[in-house]
Design a protein. Structure first.
Length: 584
């Protein structure tokens, strides 16, 4: 019997059975190449040796924990590159764990806590990730150029005492989150969401569906503008723990917690999800989805889209409420932003004046913030669209200035691209309008406002009405109770009107009016479509209703309100107004 202290790497292949079932020969060949060309040479290069093979995994020992972690990092980084060309569901990935402890060699086998803890920790790593024990972490200090996220004290099978564990962060963008809920001094941060592992109430071997869906939700939310999302490898450390949202929020610096469950039976699946405000424990949103499992990945995509779209508006409402409640003179730029956005959502000229004043103060504090610049752009654009601007040319120029600056500072900010698309539309720069709308949609395809942006660009450009209609319907589906849902329905109805589907357009505009009765363009549009349907009496009443908001409309009001690229499209909607009785 031989006993010594050593650093141990435990490695295991992710989804081995699934990959073998899909392509046994190809999987074995690629796995063998990875061992011969990468894994074994890296272990030797860092002074280690393979001491045990376990199915599709291995145990390796090293005289130095620093060399063990360096080896693990290099293997995972190289594996990501080697498998980059493979489809995501066919990629070979490994989970790695590093521990420092006692190992025992006896009769050709290896035992000891050093091995046992490493082997148990490995299952807590994310695919392609590395977990190190507290004992190993204490000896690393800053000797390896990576960051570490504390995962807590983990209960490991057949290990008596909980084991401290740290996730290895190999990218600077995944640096550890701040601790503690946002305080009064930390209000300049964006809303932060933690998506916890969904409970699997189906067969144990089907937990991959719940985990895959949560991973997809985290990935999709990470592309939503205006939010921070806690990394999956951190939130998954709470698997199996009693859920205390206040504690989890404090530990992760997350203001919002998304949790849920998955149930499967025969050919059906039920997913429940709920959004909770961490500080108060208040439930902001909850929903249940029942689906047939015809194509499991399509179902996963559909549910991911539904959940991501639905939770944005409740979070925005809470952020606006918090900002309005903050009366301190020393408000942060983020609080100014939410206060201005609250005024903007009221869609009234007097509220816009207040919003502009608030944004002027916040831009003095941070003149380069893309969110503030985008919000100021939207104020200028909407002021022109709704006929509230005393000098439309000046407002359009101002909108362009702010939007261009926002995109220059943050080209991957979807809302900044939305702002540039909107201002370019009014400026008549249709190439930029369409391009920015498409870029915004590529960045954040599950964001309702971005789909509204894409639809607006296409309906006003006038060449792809089907794409515009699809975008508006997706915006409505993503966020049915959105603060701007009346505008979503209004522009969808305008698209139907341009397609000569007048009965459907009428229904859409009535829906928009029911949501927000005092939208000027909904009132005028209702009058026009009723007239074109030959319902003259109803059209006259609708026109009178519209003129209550704007008794003296002129041609410029409609030119700015309906800024179509093609004159024929503008004439089509204007002719409907004349049929309703408008003398213009």
């Amino acid at each position: 019997m031989e006993r010594r202290i050593a650093a141990i790497i435990a490695a295991d292949m992710v989804g081995y059975s699934r990959l073998m079932e899909a392509d046994e020969e190809g999987t074995l060949l690629r796995q063998k190449r990875h061992r011969l060309e990468l894994i074994d040479p890296k272990i030797v290069a860092h002074g280690g040796s393979v001491i045990k093979l376990i199915g599709d995994g291995l145990i390796a020992e090293f005289p130095s924990v620093v060399e063990a972690v360096k080896c693990a990092v290099e293997i995972q980084q190289a594996m990501e590159m080697r498998e980059a060309e493979e489809p995501d569901d066919r990629r070979i990935r490994y989970r790695l764990a590093v521990n420092l402890g006692d190992i025992v060699f006896d009769e050709g086998d290896v035992f000891g806590d050093g091995v046992n803890i490493a082997a148990r920790l490995e299952s807590h790593a994310e695919p392609g990730g590395i977990v190190v024990s507290g004992m190993a972490h204490d000896h690393l200090k800053s000797k390896v150029p990576v960051d570490y996220e504390f995962m807590g004290e983990l209960e490991l099978k057949n290990i008596a005492a909980p084991v401290r564990a740290f996730n290895v962060v190999m990218e600077a963008s995944m640096a550890p989150r701040r601790k503690g809920l946002r305080s009064a001094q930390d209000q300049n941060s964006r809303p932060c969401i933690a998506v916890l592992p969904f409970d699997n109430f189906g067969p144990p071997d089907q937990s991959w569906f719940a985990d895959g869906m949560v991973e997809d939700v985290i990935t999709a939310l990470a592309h939503q503008p205006g939010f921070d999302v806690i990394a999956r490898n951190t939130t998954f450390s709470y698997r199996g723990s009693a859920i205390d949202v206040s504690r989890i929020g404090a530990e992760l610096g997350a203001g919002y917690i998304l949790e849920g469950s998955v149930r499967q039976s025969s050919n059906r699946i039920r997913v429940t999800a709920q959004l909770i405000e961490a500080e108060t424990g208040k439930h902001l949103w909850a929903e249940r989805y029942d689906r047939q499992i015809a194509d499991v990945f399509d179902v996963q995509d559909e549910l991911t889209e539904a959940v991501c779209g639905a939770i944005i508006d409740p979070i925005q409402r809470v952020e606006r409420r918090r900002a309005i409640a903050a009366t301190s003179r020393d408000l942060s730029t983020r609080q100014f932003y939410w206060q201005a956005w609250d005024h903007y959502c009221r869609m009234r000229p007097e509220a816009f004046v207040q919003a502009k004043d608030i944004l002027a103060r916040s831009l003095e504090l941070d003149p380069n913030d893309p969110d503030l610049l985008s919000a100021r752009t939207f104020l200028s654009v909407t002021t022109v669209l709704f006929g509230w601007s005393p000098d439309p040319s000046q407002d359009i120029a101002l909108a362009q200035e702010h939007a261009l600056k926002a995109v220059a500072n943050a080209p991957q900010n979807a809302v900044a691209q939305f702002a540039l698309s909107s201002s370019s539309m009014l400026a008549g720069d249709w190439d930029t309008c369409l391009r920015s709308a498409e870029i915004a949609h590529e960045i954040a395809p599950n964001h309702a406002a971005i789909n509204f942006c894409l639809g607006s660009a296409h309906v006003l450009y006038g060449q792809n009405l089907e794409r515009a209609l699809f975008a508006f319907e997706r915006a409505i589906r993503l966020s049915p109770r959105d603060a701007f849902s009346a505008m979503h329905h209004n522009n969808r109805a305008l698209t139907l009107f341009m397609m000569r589907r007048d009965e459907e357009a009428l229904e859409g505009w009535r829906t928009a009016q029911a949501i927000q009765p005092d939208l000027i363009w909904t009132r005028f549009n209702l009058a026009g479509v009723l007239a074109r349907l030959g319902r003259q009496e109803d059209a006259s009443k609708a026109l009178s209703h519209a003129l209550e908001l704007r008794p003296d409309p002129d041609l410029d009001l409609f030119r700015f309100g309906w800024p179509f690229r093609r004159k024929a499209d503008f004439e089509q909607v204007l002719e409907a107004q004349r049929l309703a009785g408008l003398d213009i």
